[in-house]
Each structure stands twice: as structure tokens, then as C-alpha cells.
Design a protein around this ligand. Sequence first.
Ligand code: BMA
Length: 330
Amino acid sequence: MAKVINTKIVKNLPWEDRPEGYFLPVWRYSKNPVIDRNVNRTIERTFNSGFVPFGDGFVGVFRGDTYTGIYKLFVGRSKDGLHFDIDETPIKFVDKNGNPVEETRYSYDPRVVELEGSYYIIFADNYNEVTIGIAKTDDFKTFTKLEYPFIPNCRNGALFPRKINGKYMILSRPSDNAASMFGNMFISESSDLEYWGHHRLITRNGWANWNGVKCGGGPVPIETDEGWLVITHGVLYNVNNVVYSMGAIVLDKDDPSKVIHKCENFLLTPQAIYETTGHTPNVVFPTNVLVGENGKLAIYYGAADCCTCLAFTTLDILMDYIKEHDCVNK
Ligand code: BMA
């Protein structure tokens, strides 16, 4: 049985047991969506967001699509990981000297990771075109923007929660523009979180039908004694529609540029009405996993670019399923 290691265990993890008779590995929260529309006086919709345990509760960094239609990042706080009090003004970044950074046109899809005692927000940002932004905070009040790791176009960054072989590691999904119809997963390393190199292709799209056009990282990779568990998204393009599903791969513990398992089956695909109907129909977009006791995993995902949802699994159930449907050697 695989074990989660080097990871903060969340004591009050949002959780529901797998429904009686349900045979699939990931099950939806019965009260989805966790956050529905008309969030507050600024934000109409929030989805594709990042969460960490903080203090005696949780902090979320939210993608907030405002009533002007533009999307920015907002901080929210919660006692239970389910009910959030979300700010009505977006995060204002400062530079390393504490001076305000010019606001970009949009920012979205934040992931949050605790690394060496600080918190890092990894998000899609506008620097001429879309690229990955990184910001650091210790208190979720002051956010220091770091250098962009990559030139545009690049998105879906996920920073690993610790150095591996002395290097910081990041997943990314380079593309040609914000609406590109391809996407493959890469990993890059850095000694200082500023200069990134040794770029390696982890996996191309199309390793299963549900990720025929894109596959990308989602939440922060989870360290287990068998390797890094990476929950992914994959995109299928059919005759009139894109379909975003959730999947998983496992990367080598010491060399995460090597994939050791790839699950040929998706873990979750749009079925519920809040996933099939919305601004972008048929989207399940995982951006965050919290780990509880006994390998319990709470997966936050955005649904149909409209709302924030939760799904659950356990490390045992998930690893067994990934291995049962492993296509890494196909
Ligand atoms: C991706 C990103 C996500 C969005 C998804 C589906 O490319 O833009 O923010 O949820 O498309 O529209």
C-alpha cells in the first residue's frame, strides 16, 4: 500500500465516504457545488482555485470572474474548507523591494503550495500573452511577485512541494496561444526559483482518448513512497465540443521527469449538470488536492468554468485503479 510522505495532513479535511455500491475510484461531494455563482459584490463565478490549510482553518486563492467579465485572483478564508469568506478586492502584488507591481489584464487558475515554510501561488498571468506567474506569501496579505519562469505561451504550472536532488521543480503546459488546441506536459528545474531550465517532456497528449488534444498538470504533486502522484486534466476534442476530464499519472520519486504509471481511464468526466452546463460546458478541471488521515484525498475542481466543486478518493483506491489501468508501457 502506498503512503503519503512529507505532506501536511489536514485534520479537518472536508470528507464523505464513497457511496454504497459506487464502484468508480473518485466520487463527487453530495452537496456540490461547494461555491455557486454570485459569490460576492465583485465576483460572479469562482472555480479552478487553490487551497491550503492555514492557521486553524483554510485559505483559498481564488480565480474570481468578476461582473466586468475579467478574471483576477482573490483571497478567501474558511474554517471547514467548504464555506469561504472571499475578499471583494483582488490581490495586489508587490515586487521584491515591496513596490507595487503593475496590475496585469487578467490572472487565473491559481495553485497554492507550501514550500520551505512559505506559500507560493502559481497561476496563469498576462505578460503580453498568457504565461505562468509565481508569487510568494507568508501571511496571505502581502504577495511578492517573482520573475516569470517561462516566456508566453505557457500555463498550468504546478510547483513541487520540495526540492528534489537540490532543485526546485515545476510542471508546465506550453502552447501557442490561450485557445491552443494542443498541450503536453513538461517539467523544468531551478536552483533559485528564478532561472528555469533542463526542460523535459513528461508526456504528450493522446496517451488516452480523453486527452487527445491536451494533457496538463493540475494540483500540486503529492509525494508518496511509490512516486509523485499527479492529478491531471485532459482534453478531448469531439465534433462540436471540448471535454475536460480528470486523470492521473505517477512520476518517479527521485527523477520526476520519468513517468512510472499512466492511467488510461479518466478519473472523473463531466456528468453532473453543474459540469455539463455553464460558460464552458463539459469541464472538470482539478486544481487542488488536500490530504487527510489514512490517505484520504479531497480534490477541488472547477466545473464548467462556473463553480467550485469537490470530489473524494483515497490513496489506496486511486493507486490500485491507476495500476489496474496502467498504460505507461503501451
Ligand atoms: C483552460 C483554462 C481553464 C478553463 C478551461 C476550460 O484552457 O482556460 O481556465 O477552465 O480551459 O474552459
